[in-house]
Design a protein around this ligand. Structure first.
Ligand code: GAL
Length: 373
């Protein structure tokens, strides 16, 4: 079974946009190994839009890799990626053209799935641009889902229709393993905040086998690249990563891994946050307390653990209080929570009844907790 836990990897779009080529992919594969990201669980290397020629081959009808970018074809790239112990991802679109105006798979689903299988693909991101108005969206995803089943390779199906047409209500039936639920992220705190807040009520639709995808991370971009905006600072990125982990969201890095600092690497390989993200039960987190855009998020984990995140998404310092009663722990039960800070490893000891903290703007605190008397 694919997607037992939220998929992890890297996608070219945020940093490279159309400037992708064999060298960039090979260097990224090398960097995923050298930095330890592969060993931390980031296994998929996904090539996004702009990899093909502008038109299909007139004779075979197949999509063809752009020779100026991929002079040795896609199988050679895929072989290199596989030799590094990574998995290889491709991109196409349910409409007639991709979002950047390359051939889409509309009407060519089975042929394209076979082509991706020939490349040795393990992952397909499937976009939604240029969908003919008369075409039925759910049916287009079901078609590609069938084509992938028929193609002879196990390929993770990553649907990307930006949350349109109540996608969370039907996408699992198409056999998708993750589904984009929002518009595109850009590298700014407001973009990240809007995306995260928009999905709080849809997290229960995310479960083992198919996860709610709130887009590629911008961690480590600092305003550079293809979705650059104002950029974020390290506090913003810390909160972004913790949110994605609490939400059981796929962790697809979008920054340039070749240039990641030690600090960025430490954040995205934080063992406790990854354990929270990859918890085998994948229970949805819930938000028992709020102060404007600030929230307390709680995720109940396997093995009697809880994760609590005090996420100050406001642009000003905020007091956040979590009452344990609202997690199901009444004061007269005699129980409190033994709390350990996920970022520092420090223990707060056993807290009873509530935890109240002042959190600076955009910052967060995260705790891994156990019931204790
Ligand atoms: C968008 C998609 C992005 C990226 C882009 C490529 O529709 O949401 O993640 O894939 O297309 O053109």
């Amino acid at each position: 079974m694919l997607s037992k836990t939220p998929p992890m990897g890297f996608n070219t779009w945020n940093t490279f946009g159309e400037d992708i080529n064999e060298t960039v992919i090979k260097e990224t594969a090398d960097a995923m190994v050298a930095t330890g990201l592969r060993d931390a669980g980031y296994e998929y290397l996904v090539i996004d839009d702009c990899w093909s020629k502008r038109e299909r081959d007139p004779e075979t009808g197949k999509i063809v890799p752009e020779p100026a970018k991929f002079p040795n074809g896609m199988k050679a790239v895929s072989d290199y990626v596989h030799a590094k112990g990574l998995k290889f991802g491709m991109y196409s679109c349910a409409g007639t053209r991709t979002c950047a105006d390359y051939p889409g798979s509309f009407g060519h689903e089975f042929l394209d799935a076979e082509t991706f299988a020939e490349y040795g693909a393990d992952f397909l991101k499937y976009d939604y641009c240029y969908k003919p108005n008369t075409a039925n969206g759910p049916l287009l995803y079901r078609k590609m889902g069938m084509a992938l089943k028929a193609c002879g390779r196990e390929i993770l199906f990553s649907a990307c229709n930006w949350g349109c047409d109540d996608v969370h209500t039907w996408i699992r039936s198409a056999g998708a393993h993750m589904f984009r639920s929002t518009g595109d992220i850009n590298d700014s705190f407001p973009s990240m905040r809007e995306i995260a807040l928009s999905q709080i009520d849809n997290l229960a639709y995310s479960a083992v086998g198919c996860f709610n995808d709130i887009d590629m991370l911008t961690i480590g971009m600092y305003g550079k690249g293809n979705v650059g905006s104002t950029g974020c600072n390290d506090t913003d990125y810390k909160t972004q990563f913790a949110l994605w982990c609490m939400f059981s969201a796929p962790l697809m890095l979008g920054g340039d891994i070749r240039t990641f600092s030690e600090k960025t690497l430490a954040l995205v390989t934080n063992k406790t946050l990854l354990r929270i993200n990859q918890d085998p039960e994948a229970r949805p987190c819930f938000a028992p307390e709020r102060e404007n855009d600030a929230r307390v998020f709680v995720k109940i984990l396997s093995d009697n653990e809880f994760a609590i995140m005090l996420a100050n998404l406001n642009d000003y310092d905020t007091h956040l209080c979590v009452f344990f009663e609202n997690l199901g722990i009444p004061a007269d039960s005699g129980y409190g929570l033994e709390m350990t800070d996920v970022f520092t490893g420090e223990s707060l000891g056993v807290k009873k009844e509530f935890l109240r903290r002042r959190i600076p703007a955009h910052d967060c605190e995260c705790y891994i907790c156990k019931l204790a008397k």
